[in-house]
Design a protein around this ligand. Structure first.
Ligand code: ME8
Length: 525
């Protein structure tokens, strides 16, 4: 089974911030989880390089747009993927030739099918959001430079343009779109995004101006080189370009339609209205699902590139490490809703959940196996009610975590995994192996001690497997310490589906000290 997942392609007008990191990390967690389900995953991310926003930023910096995007992609955007341990399969840049080819093929097809017409556009355009803005949504701007107008939707400045352009007959797709949302209730999620999109389409759609002729930083319209494609109508096509549209039909047939487009809610409409309409017009299948997540808020305000509240991902990684970064953004926010983030919260979760909750558990168990069994995993004896309860909880929590991933609710998946962390900690406190070790009857004592520590080690095995998609580094260390690889193979290949089968770590496994998975933070010392 294949699973094709995408992030938005990000504008390279500036360096990435944690909003971009957010979508990309969640996409990576899904990718790694689905891979451990044994699926054939294709994870695509990349950069959106055309349009006025990028062009003007390049000009302000005295560079050509190609020079500018080349530089930023290499020095800022690709390094972000490394910083966050992103296991993407492809990185698409819209200034690449493969994209030009596919986008032109797609446009030519629309044109040949009579799905493009020429008309005059007169109205407002926001460069900040690269979007046409309806007259009703334009208001007077505030500030010194008198007379300027802004979009009431996001406060970005608008410009009046009158141009002869090509148009896409979006209006005629309203009914088919409503039918799509009706028959595929999961097409656009969560519910809040779905409701907004449905009511937007119900109000009626206007045809869309899809080309520009006043600048040339874009892909030429194939039948009329005096026009370049409107950046959105070109950017959305990245998802089919990367799947081989118009170039490799076999591959395209295998990958398309995408299983899920992850997007921020700002661009849900483009993905859930314009994009499926374009695909319908071209006689192609629409994606299975568009999932719109909420805003990261810092100090109650939306994080953005233009505001000073844009925290750089590397600042966070420097303090907490990439695993904790990935954990925090997967756990602390509800994917699909707005959520506030703060250094205090990151710090608190790092201590409570990672260092004290998970990390400490792992090092205690390994240390006790070292102390009582010289680091060689013994054979477990009979299970008592305590072990049975734990095994049952692990089975249930791992199934629930897997379901949460289907819902794209990483926060719920992690909450389920943390039920296991807590149950294991509780189990050790109750069974108190250090007390058992003091009992007089040596044979009985050894057997009980073995049962407890093997049970705990099995619990750690389960945690390593389930947490690997979120924290690839710490779990790899743990896997190594459990001595699991010789018998079970590489951690990344461990199937989620059978994770709860008990007793997989064989007797005789060599268990070594767990290095500090979540070290003390520097300024706590
Ligand atoms: O919109 N909170 O690119 P972009 C959460 N090029 N996520 C955020 C965020 C925040 N405060 N700020 C940004 C574009 N994001 C187009 C997309 S796709 C064919 C073209 C994330 O650089 C979120 O995923 O403005 C949002 O959708 C994306 O960055 C916007 O990135």
């Amino acid at each position: 089974m294949s699973y094709y997942v995408t992030t938005p392609i990000y504008y390279v007008n500036d360096a990435p911030h944690i909003g971009h990191g957010y979508t990309t990390v969640i996409g990576d967690v899904l990718t790694r989880w689905h891979r451990q389900r044994g699926e054939d995953v294709w994870y695509l991310t990349g950069t959106d390089e055309h349009g006025l926003k990028v062009l003007r930023k390049a000009q302000q910096n005295g560079a050509t747009p190609q020079e500018w995007t080349d530089r930023l992609v290499e020095t800022e955007w690709k390094p972000l993927l490394e910083l966050l341990d992103i296991a993407n399969d492809d990185f698409i840049r819209t200034s690449e030739e493969r994209h030009e080819k596919s986008a032109q093929a797609f446009w030519q097809d629309l044109y040949d099918r009579g799905e493009v017409y020429k008309g005059e556009f007169s109205g407002w355009y926001s460069v900040g959001s690269e979007e046409f803005v309806a007259e009703d949504d334009v208001v007077d701007g505030e500030g010194d430079d008198e007379g300027h107008k802004v979009s009431s939707l996001d406060g970005s400045r608008v410009e009046h343009v009158t141009e002869e352009n090509y148009f896409f007959p979006l209006s005629k797709y309203a009914d088919r779109l409503l039918e799509l949302y009706e028959t595929n209730p999961d097409f656009i999620q969560p519910e809040s995004a779905r409701n907004e999109v449905v009511s937007f389409v119900r109000r009626g759609l206007k045809d869309l101006s899809i080309s520009r002729s006043t600048f040339d930083w874009g892909i030429q319209v194939p039948w009329d080189p005096s026009h370049v494609m409107y950046v959105w109508i070109e950017a959305l096509l990245n998802y089919v370009t990367a799947a081989g549209y118009g170039v490799d039909d076999e591959r395209f047939g295998e990958l398309w339609p995408a299983d899920v487009h992850l997007v921020g809610k700002d661009i849900a409409r483009f993905h859930a209205v314009i994009w499926p309409a374009m695909l319908m017009a071209a006689g192609r299948p629409v994606p299975h699902r568009v999932f719109a997540h909420g805003w990261l808020l810092v100090g109650g305000q939306k994080m953005s590139k233009s505001k000073a509240n844009g925290i750089r991902p590397d600042e966070i990684v420097e303090v907490f490490g990439s695993d904790a970064y990935r954990y925090y953004f997967s756990r602390a926010l509800t994917f699909g809703s707005d959520g506030s983030i703060s250094w205090e919260d990151m710090r608190a979760r790092y201590h409570a959940e990672l260092a004290n909750g998970f990390g400490n558990l792992a090092s205690r168990v390994a240390a006790m196996i070292g102390k009582y069994f010289d680091g060689t995993l013994p054979a477990a004896g009979e299970h008592t009610a305590a072990e049975e309860a734990l095994v049952a909880l692990v089975a249930e929590a791992s199934v629930e975590a897997d379901r949460a991933i289907d819902r794209i609710a990483p926060q719920d998946a992690l909450a389920q995994v943390w039920r296991i962390v807590e149950a294991l900690n509780g189990y050790l406190t109750e069974q108190a192996p250090w007390q058992v070790a003091k009992q007089a009857d040596e044979a009985a004592q050894r057997e009980r001690l073995a049962t407890i520590l093997v049970t705990a080690a099995e619990g750690l095995r389960v945690l390593a497997v389930l947490l690997h998609p979120v924290m690839p580094r710490a779990t790899a260390s743990l896997w190594e310490s459990l001595g699991a690889e010789p018998a079970l193979g590489a951690l990344a290949d461990q199937p989620i589906g059978t994770v709860a089968q008990w007793g997989r770590l064989p007797e005789g496994s060599v268990v070594t000290k767990v290095p500090s998975l979540f070290p003390r933070l520097e300024d706590d010392a």
